[in-house]
Design a binder for this molecule. Structure first.
Ligand SMILES: O=C(O)CCC(=O)C(=O)O
Ligand SMILES: [Fe+2]
Length: 339
């Protein structure tokens, strides 16, 4: 079978409601997508469209606030992945290329877990800042309850996808359950403003990067200046926007777990064409699903071929994520926290 060079659409209702054969059929399709291109679009996910709309609306209201008010909930430190990150404060491309310093042309607001596991686990030294309290803006007042509901819905959807992943990797369907039951996922809204001035040379909405965790669930909109992924031929292809679906990609931790059987694909968000005007404003709802901070990320059973050794040293979810957060921030606090 030739390699997929475009991102496929997969209906996961057949997994959610089907019999064992249906479930295996979905898992096979997902395995092919994760092997060939690292991205898939899912339909039949069961998330309430009203919740998505409400999440979009309260977030847009937040980004429309004056800059000074948004800065009141500024990210407190580079390893504290919470709060507001301003335009050009981050260069996600630095996660792969230390010389990439152009600031990304988006601003964002981010939260972590909304449900705390027991206090001893949440505050253990190895927990680092992964259970740091969330920083909620005062306005709009509806943001907190709506985002909390959305975060929980994404946690549930990610758990289903991890079950599909387990089956796709020839593991028991519940293999990942106890590695994600205290997940340290992040919900991040990115606002990509319309571009009144030309970007600096080489500067784009989000530089080329791969995501860091287990998987990402993206809900975006069809606007000029969108998401592209680098396929197996090294070509940048647009990810189609299919109404009612989510875009899913695997992150670096899943790539490591699978010993490179699956690919954590490079992707980027390009600029709108000059003159696109206000219509180019774009908002993405991004849920980065990350395993429990103490989940050991080591080559999974079934992921080495005859005579092949594991390609990565063992790490933990918490350690890997922290190093990525610290590497990609352009703010003044970066130097302080790294020291
Ligand atoms: O906005 C998008 O389409 C993608 C954003 C992204 O890649 C990220 O936040 O990691
Ligand atoms: Fe990404």
């Amino acid at each position: 079978m030739s390699k997929l060079l475009e991102v496929p659409v997969i209906d996961i209702a057949r997994f959610r409601f089907g019999d064992a054969e249906d479930r295996r059929a979905v898992a096979r399709e997902v395995d092919r997508a994760c092997t060939d291109i690292g991205f898939l679009i899912i339909d039949g996910h069961g998330v309430d469209p009203g919740l998505i709309e409400r999440t979009r609306a309260v977030s847009r209201e937040f980004f429309d606030l004056p800059e000074a008010e948004k800065r009141r909930v500024a990210r407190p430190g580079v390893d504290v992945s919470r709060g507001y990150t301003g335009l050009e404060d981050e260069s996600v491309a630095r996660s792969r290329d230390a010389t990439a310093t152009q600031g990304d042309l988006n601003e964002s607001l981010m939260i972590g877990p909304v449900d705390r596991p027991d206090e001893a686990y949440a505050t253990a030294p190895a927990a680092g800042q992964h259970f740091a309290p969330n920083i909620w803006p005062e306005r709009p007042a509806a943001l907190r309850p709506v985002w909390t509901e959305y975060y929980r819905a994404m946690g549930d959807l990610a758990a289903t996808i991890m079950r599909i992943f387990a089956l796709a990797l020839d593991l028991d369907e519940d293999y990942f359950d106890d590695k994600i039951d205290k997940h340290i996922s992040r919900l991040r809204l990115r606002n990509y403003p319309a571009q009144a001035q030309a970007p600096k040379p080489g500067q784009i909405r989000a530089g080329a990067h791969s995501d860091y965790g287990s998987l990402t669930i993206l809900c975006t909109e069809d606007k000029p200046g969108g998401l592209q992924v680098c396929n197996a031929e090294g070509e940048w292809v647009d990810v189609p926007i299919v109404p009612g679906t989510f875009i899913i990609n695997i992150g670096d931790l899943m790539e490591r777990w699978s010993n490179d059987r699956w690919v954590s694909t490079l992707h980027r968000v390009v600029n709108p064409p000059a003159g696109a005007g206000g219509a180019a404003r774009r908002q993405s709802i991004v849920f980065f699903h990350n395993p429990n901070y103490d989940a050991r990320i080591e080559c999974l059973p079934n992921c080495t071929r005859e005579g092949e050794a594991p390609r990565y040293p063992v790490t933990t979810s918490g350690d890997h994520l922290r190093s990525m957060f610290v590497t990609t921030q352009n703010t003044a606090t970066a130097a302080e926290t790294e020291a």
